[in-house]
Design a protein around this ligand. Structure first.
Ligand SMILES: Nc1ncnc2c1ncn2[C@@H]1O[C@H](COP(=O)(O)OP(=O)(O)OP(=O)(O)O)[C@@H](O)[C@H]1O
Length: 234
């Protein structure tokens, strides 16, 4: 079974005259890491939003871990996301008034599956969260997250995404606010943590310098056959 499998997926935003996505086929293997790049407006965030179940699939097939997102109602997509996905997006911010560890523990509050995944290893939830945070180089786990630097907050977001070993981590420009050295360090820690968890990683960035360490690099233009000039002229 693939982690992500797509066939004949098209997506058009309301009030746009043409689809912004037309993806004949795309597959991501379980545990694979893919770097996805593309010009601004090429549909990267829309693509991730469909995979995360934030937007509804209407045309074509999109399955994640064998589950068809098209068939799910809103609340089913929410539960699916909590169970199978770790998300590191700009808009999925940490809860500022909670501590570092409580932010990480949230992943298991919304998913029995992920909670059981942790408990089945013999670790308690807080032991597992602490182990992950240490692996991502965060030691002050009881600080409130608004006392952390942007780079530290990104690593807490990564720990939250990885808690309970979800099948897939999706990251949308997670390093854009970091300097080059910190970008590389973050990526190194994230890739290692994904490997340990066995999670596939779909990582979106403009910055091709980061692509080297991934199993595969894909350009949006290679998978998306939608005619950009039509949308761009609107
Ligand atoms: N909420 C929305 N409503 C209507 N159109 C949208 C919406 N979000 C994106 N679009 C349109 O969909 C197309 C693709 O946008 P998207 O944000 O997916 O691209 P992107 O590759 O992630 O861009 P960037 O790199 O600038 O973030 C654009 O033409 C954009 O105007």
């Amino acid at each position: 079974m693939h982690c992500i499998s797509i066939r004949g997926l098209t997506f058009q935003w309301p009030k746009q005259l043409a689809p912004c996505l037309d993806i004949p086929t795309f597959h991501l293997q379980q545990g694979e890491s893919v770097f996805l790049h593309g010009a601004s407006g090429s549909g990267k965030s829309t693509f991730l939003g469909l995979i995360a179940g934030l937007q509804q699939v209407k045309h074509g097939e999109l399955t994640v871990m064998g589950k068809s997102l098209k068939e799910m109602r809103n609340h089913q997509r929410d539960q699916f996301r909590a169970d199978y996905l770790g998300i590191i997006f700009q808009q999925f911010n940490l809860i500022p008034y909670l501590s570092v560890i409580d932010n990480v523990l949230l992943s298991c509050q919304f998913s029995k599956l992920r909670k059981q995944q942790v408990l089945s290893t013999g670790q308690s939830l807080s032991e597992a969260a602490t182990t992950l945070l240490h692996a991502l180089d965060i030691s002050d786990i009881h600080l409130s997250v608004n006392q952390l630097s942007v780079g530290q907050q990104q690593r807490v977001a990564a720990a939250r995404a990885l808690m309970g070993k979800p099948a897939l981590i999706i990251a949308d420009e997670p390093t854009s606010s970091l300097d080059a050295e910190r970008q590389n360090a973050f990526l190194h820690l994230l890739k290692n943590a994904c490997q340990v968890a066995g999670s596939a990683l779909l990582f979106v960035s403009h910055d091709l310098r980061l692509a080297d360490t991934f199993d595969r690099t894909i350009s949006m233009a290679d998978i998306n056959h939608a005619k950009r000039e039509i949308n761009a002229s609107l």
